[in-house]
Design a protein around this ligand. Sequence first.
Ligand SMILES: Nc1nc2c(c(=O)[nH]1)N[C@H]1C(S)=C(S)[C@@H](COP(=O)(O)OP(=O)(O)OC[C@H]3O[C@@H](n4cnc5c(=O)[nH]c(N)nc54)[C@H](O)[C@@H]3O)O[C@H]1N2
Ligand SMILES: Nc1nc2c(c(=O)[nH]1)N[C@H]1C(S)=C(S)[C@@H](COP(=O)(O)OP(=O)(O)OC[C@H]3O[C@@H](n4cnc5c(=O)[nH]c(N)nc54)[C@H](O)[C@@H]3O)O[C@H]1N2
Ligand code: SF4
Ligand SMILES: [Mo]
Length: 733
Amino acid sequence: MLFGRNQKNPITITDKQVVKWTYSTCGYCSTGCAIEIGSNADGKPVASRGVGGADVNRGKLCVKGIFEHEVFEAQGRGEIPLLRGAAQQSFDAVGWDQAFDKMAAEIARIQAQYGRDAFAIVSTGQILTEEFYTLGKLARGVIGTNNYDGNTTLCMASAVSGYKRSFGSDGPPGCYEDFEHTDCLMAWGSNLPEQHPIIYWRMKEAQEKRGFPLIVVDPRVTMLAQNADIHLPITPGTDLVLQNALIHVILAEGLEDKAYIEANTNGFEAMAVEVAKYDPTNAAKICGIDEDTIRTVARLYAKAERAMSIWTMGINQSTHGSDGVVGINNLNLVTGNIGKPGGTSLSITGQCNAMGTREWSSCSGLPGYRALEKAEDREEIGKFWGVDPEFFPKQRGLTETDIFPAIETGQIKGLWLVATNPMTSMPNTARIRKAFEKLEFLVVQDSFADVETMEYAHLFLPAAIWAEKEGTFTNTERRVNITRPIKQAFGQSQSDLWIFNQLAKRFDQGRRIEFPEQPEQVFEEMKFLSKGRLMDVSGMNYALIEANRGIQWPYTEQHVEHGERPKAGGVRLYTEPRTFRHPDGKAKLIALPFIDNNEVPDEQFPFWLNTGRLVEQFHTRTRTGKIGNNNKFSPTAFMEINPDAAIELGIKHQSYVRVVSRRGDAVVMAMLTQRVPKNMVFVPFHFFDCVNRLTLGLLDPYSRQPAFKQAAVRIEATDQVAAARLNKESRGY
Ligand SMILES: Nc1nc2c(c(=O)[nH]1)N[C@H]1C(S)=C(S)[C@@H](COP(=O)(O)OP(=O)(O)OC[C@H]3O[C@@H](n4cnc5c(=O)[nH]c(N)nc54)[C@H](O)[C@@H]3O)O[C@H]1N2
Ligand SMILES: Nc1nc2c(c(=O)[nH]1)N[C@H]1C(S)=C(S)[C@@H](COP(=O)(O)OP(=O)(O)OC[C@H]3O[C@@H](n4cnc5c(=O)[nH]c(N)nc54)[C@H](O)[C@@H]3O)O[C@H]1N2
Ligand code: SF4
Ligand SMILES: [Mo]
């Protein structure tokens, strides 16, 4: 006899008829989950599962990873190269040869007519490391434009710049295992449960075991803030003031680690003079956190045996992004929390291979954290590639955020976009549209042919996606992991690596230089160039990486020879005294004066506009917008607004409103929630022609990263029927 729930209809899970599982690494966020894709007897991908033995995710996947097998056949995949026809209205399908001939001819024409730098390239954090390296070789060594950058300027540029200023090099020193050792965790502008769900799960599990305090700095009551012991709802853009005030208290109360500071840092005195100005009473007025709480947090952090900070876009996407990162590093250096288990400054990266592009793409310099500004680096790479070092520029060119204004002014005439969608992701998109209109030649290289930039493209190159290819990704904790190809590329699309190699052959210099065809041959070049450097990967190979479910760099041949388990590779950086990458081995403590240059709410535009992400959607929705369970949960552009503000404005829950800034307007559905304070609204940026019509995106002076999270808007009630129609029409899917 059956009782209770057993009486109900049993749930049956359909057998997906998987006959083979292929190893891969998730292609969405930087957590770097090891994933297996199941294919059926016809070779069709039908299931995804987490890899049990992988240290990163231990069998788990989030709501994006679990449906990732659906991405290969998702609506809108690019099937064939497309060339804009003579009538300009439509595209003609063309063969690859014709596409490359056209592209090479246009690059040559533009460079001959306007100069080498008049053709710009903007890439991504979402292709394979071997592809980044090859694109770098092509851009720096063959095409020779200095206006070559990645969308990482919208994302991790502030972290890169902050790490360089503090430690003398990029490279996050910590790892996920630090959660298992820490006695205090501070999270700055990071919504871990939604944006890095599996890192969150690792953190939460560690916290449940050992009960360390969690302090969350975020103006919004995010899911992470709801789990915090102390939530600091900071005034947008003022993290730097809080950081200075925390160090002020630590020094005033003698809680700093004097021995560590003395042995490992420079610049203490100048920093101390600056933070002396930020007593908690005054700081509280600027950053909105009361003075007692500032003191409590400072004591908690400094007295913890081991304390760590993580951060994401709430810090990086600010006019003080780079300073905010240095501020976190200052805090950790002053308390002796770098390079020890549970004591670290760990930037949580964004895209699946944001780290790979930082290390190998040559966007901001030359491969392997080398700099264009250093003659010996230019020599070394020139010699290795077979390029005259004089061909390289002696200084980095424009970043993505400066490339678009340079198109506006006519300095740049041609643009090649590789795996990025600035029509939706750049701030102030009305200006971006104007820039696109001025281009003489735009190439869009994407896995999807329905990406919004197609409106202005002259040539479209269909790219294979994720596990249609082979190669490596590097995750947040410097772990290199691999994807194996599960199936043939969709339609006539080709891997980005193949595309770069073929294009190289269209140039004389490209025919002279070697462009290996196989990903692992490319990896061998990278191994050679990494030897003895911070991001040494010379001890790795594809089989070893897969066998260990990812290996953290540095990992040298010594690790292999000594038979050490890969875990003994680069678990942490700067574990030994005076091993920072400034010439004297010391880290820099840097004085950080706060200059208030944000657009702040006023009478005309009384609300802060905060922007960010949702767990179900990824970026501009070219992928998750088409995947059933991801899109179904968040199909519409909406805005979080506090109920008290909504009542005053006469705005009802789930009614449509018009949001207006000095740049433009957008129509969204109002969601009444206490997650945001009364003077703030939050709009996710996933939807086309929506929040980035409003954003200002002032730039950080060091990293050139836009302040996506600070702008001022007003809210207007609107015609409900028209708004509903508009909202529906504005999204094709
Ligand atoms: N589901 C999903 N996951 C993703 C992505 C995705 O699109 N979807 N994208 C990936 C990428 S590329 C990235 S970069 C990461 C981003 O990951 P996160 O940075 O965690 O995500 P965001 O929602 O952009 O912003 C985080 C928080 O910053 C807060 N914030 C705003 N202004 C301030 C401020 O002035 N100070 C502080 N301290 N906080 C502030 C916001 O309220 C928000 O909660 O996520 C990655 N993971
Ligand atoms: N308002 C606001 N705006 C933001 C942000 C914010 O928080 N607020 N966050 C910013 C951040 S952190 C980021 S990282 C950017 C992201 O901005 P984008 O990079 O512009 O957004 P994606 O949608 O990830 O675009 C990636 C493109 O690459 C394609 N693609 C995927 N895989 C492959 C591949 O293997 N090969 C090729 N060739 N194409 C591929 C996808 O189809 C997609 O069109 O947005 C930024 N914009
Ligand atoms: S947490 Fe990130 S890496 Fe892991 S499954 Fe989700 S999207 Fe993929
Ligand atoms: Mo990002």
